[in-house]
Design a binder for this molecule. Structure first.
Ligand SMILES: [Zn+2]
Length: 288
């Protein structure tokens, strides 16, 4: 089917107390693996791109791959732009065919973040594209942005409520103590804050920094209102490790074989996450 926005799939997920997995692709093979996993599980899925990936391949190639991959399958697939601060890139992605974008102006003061986000919502609404926005700073490393654990600050529920009021958001990413990359030690999540923000904003919550969280933590976050769970670092590891492992074991110079091993590994790990998040078997409901 054609690419869809994240709006209906996340509302459906939030109301059904499950989450849609949002997995970062690096190239055609990883995008194919992610969507095939969703098809295996009959689940809605979000394929997302970092700004780095967009710059590496260019918009046209990514959209062409995604339309071809999703067009041959029956599950709802969204193409989402992950953390983007650059309005020009957002504009280019919307024009090229992304169905969803994340504006991350979270490093700016509250009022500026809100103003920039509002501008993106206007742009996206005009094109029928959904928007995710961030408040507070999520820790760890993402693209060129490094937020040290000390300075990472959590989203304030009062501010979250006033941020989301009157703003057409498909997903809201408040900082609740998760971090991007690999956790050093046990992450401490602010579950009470997550619960309060989800209740007071009434917007499906996006959980960032998913790699390395325990199954129980995922289940708890989903029960409290997280309807989009981002998995990026785990896909990067699967992508590199599957290729290296295959070559180490076989010492062949036939590129299609390690590529196939990469696709298999990513497909398997994505399917496991889809099962854990509860979105398996929800494709039909999500496509309504
Ligand atoms: Zn993130």
């Amino acid at each position: 089917m054609a690419l869809v926005t994240i709006e209906a799939m996340l509302r459906e997920a939030r109301d059904g107390r499950y989450a849609v997995g949002a997995f970062n692709m690096a190239d055609y093979a990883s995008a194919l693996a992610i969507v095939r996993a969703a098809q295996d599980c009959q689940a809605p899925v979000i394929v997302q791109t970092s700004v780095k990936t967009v710059r590496f391949w260019g918009c046209a190639a990514i959209v062409a791959w995604m339309k071809e991959i999703a067009g041959n399958l029956t599950v709802p697939v969204a193409l989402h732009l992950d953390h983007c601060k650059d309005l020009d890139v957002i504009e280019q992605c919307i024009a090229a065919g992304w169905t969803s974008v994340m504006i991350d102006a979270s490093a700016k003061p509250f009022e500026e973040n809100l103003a920039v986000t509002r501008k993106v919502v206007e742009m996206a609404d005009a094109a029928g594209v959904s928007v995710e926005a961030e408040l507070g700073e999520i820790g760890g490393v993402e693209d060129d942005k490094k937020v040290s654990d000390e300075t990472a600050h959590l989203a304030d529920p009062d501010k979250a409520e006033s941020f989301c009021r009157g703003l057409h958001l498909a997903a809201f990413a408040p900082a609740i103590g998760t971090a991007h990359g690999i956790y050093k030690g046990e992450p401490r999540l602010a579950f009470d804050r997550l619960e309060e923000i989800a209740r007071r904003t009434d917007v499906p919550i996006a959980l960032h920094g998913g790699t390395g969280l325990s199954d129980d933590v995922f289940r708890k976050c989903i029960a409290l209102g997280c309807a989009k769970v981002n998995i990026s670092t785990q896909i990067k590891y699967a992508f590199i490790d599957a290729f290296v492992d295959y070559h180490t074991a076989h010492k062949e110079y036939e590129p299609l074989k390690p590529l196939a091993a990469q696709i298999d590994r990513i497909r398997k790990e994505v399917a496991e996450k889809i099962e854990l998040f509860g979105s398996a078997g929800r494709a039909a409901a999500s496509a309504r």
